[in-house]
Design a protein around this ligand. Structure first.
Ligand code: TYM
Length: 347
């Protein structure tokens, strides 16, 4: 084995990120990921976004619903402002480089690393014996998603931080084992006021598409009345809003609503508490509901419009997949060469 060869990084800036089409997208997905994906695209950076259907099936997915949810997630990306002319948008299973590199990374990653992943522990729960092997290997496939494009930056919510650290560990081990500077050490990009949007029913739990309570989340498909009702019923405490962020310490539900307001308005949480200092939730919640409806209703309407034409969505995903493949395939060819595979088949 040769000495570590890591810095400086000779890799051009390229953004990759993904979302699982394992249910409808939530306000957490929108603020923590989708909205920021659009911002990155609009900054003119090369952006590749993927609906990770292969990750989705690490837990059971009804085939009819999976196809529907994948189209719906694609519609959400487009409705939120992803422009297929400027970003690459596709579903993972159409670009086989992901699973090919995923297998190689299964052979690089160590069992111990995977066993320490909190998502694995949470999702497998007490009955790890019954969990799928794919769920255990999930983070290696995620590393492959990113590194099949040598992506340098990955915008994600807080909950994906550990998976991004593992991606770096895999890149480092691959580079060291084979004595190459082949993969970049990808940076997570976790920024903004809403990197961890919490449940509307419990400020200690993440807002999630898999929460059994629909009241716990805002779905991108919710209509205006539903959004307003969910915010009105959101759990809070009896105190008015403080005049500084320090006053929200130990008030997780209040802090969450302030963060959501800030992210939707494009303000900082500091500005929001300054604007609403002393206000009761009876005043703040309707203001938040109005803001949420104003920002989300046009996206929902556009999603509904796009969903009328599934063939057009499939066409966009297919075109994105072809462009993604054109980037990933030459990288995979080099990986096979580095690893020592014979590639003599023609045609
Ligand atoms: P997923 O599908 O759970 O979530 C997609 C994105 O949404 C963010 N997110 C949140 N952000 C703030 N608050 C929340 N309550 C919230 N819930 C979800 C997530 O952090 C994520 O950025 N493993 C990934 C999918 C994936 C991926 C990748 C991501 C597969 N390959 C490669 C980046 C790069 C996941 O399950 O995300």
């Amino acid at each position: 084995m040769t000495a570590p060869v890591q810095t400086p990084q000779p890799f051009p800036t390229r953004i990759f990120s993904g979302i699982q089409p394992s249910g409808g997208l939530t306000l957490g997905n929108y603020l923590g990921a989708l909205k920021r994906f659009v911002e990155k695209q609009d900054e003119g950076i090369e952006t590749i976004y993927c609906l990770v259907d292969m990750h989705a099936i690490t837990v059971w997915q009804d085939p009819v619903k999976l196809r529907q949810q994948t189209r719906e997630a694609a519609a959400a990306f487009l409705a939120a402002g992803i422009d297929p002319a400027r970003s690459i948008l596709f579903n993972q299973s159409q670009v086989t480089a992901h699973v090919e590199l995923g297998w190689i990374f299964n052979c690089v990653a160590r069992m111990g690393w995977m066993g320490r992943m909190t998502q694995w522990k949470d999702k497998a729960g007490k009955n790890a014996e019954a969990a799928s092997l794919g769920l255990f290997a999930y983070p290696a496939l995620m590393a492959a998603d990113i590194l099949a494009y040598k992506a340098t930056h990955v915008p994600v919510g807080e909950d994906q931080k550990q998976h991004l650290e593992l991606t770096r560990d895999i890149a480092i081990k691959f580079n060291n084992d084979y004595g190459v500077t082949f993969f970049p050490l990808t940076e997570p990009v976790i920024e903004g006021a809403a990197t961890r949007v919490m449940s509307l029913r419990d400020g200690s739990k993440k807002m999630s598409k898999s929460d059994p309570s629909d009241q716990s989340r805002i779905n991108l498909t919710d209509d205006a009345d539903t959004i307003a009702a969910k915010i009105r019923k959101a759990r809070t405490d009896p105190d008015p809003l403080p005049d500084s962020l320090a006053g929200l310490k130990d008030r997780p539900e209040a802090r969450n609503l302030v963060n959501i307001y800030a992210a939707l308005a494009g303000h900082t949480p500091e500005q929001v508490v300054a604007d609403f200092a002393g206000a009761q939730f009876g005043t703040f919640k309707p203001a938040l509901a109005d803001l949420a409806v104003a920002k989300l209703a046009p996206i929902t309407a556009e999603m509904n419009r796009l969903m009328q034409d599934p063939a057009e969505i499939d066409r966009i995903l297919g075109e994105g997949a072809a462009r993604a493949e054109a980037i990933a395939r030459p990288i995979l060819d080099q990986v096979y060469d580095i690893v020592g595979m014979i590639r003599s088949r023609r045609g």
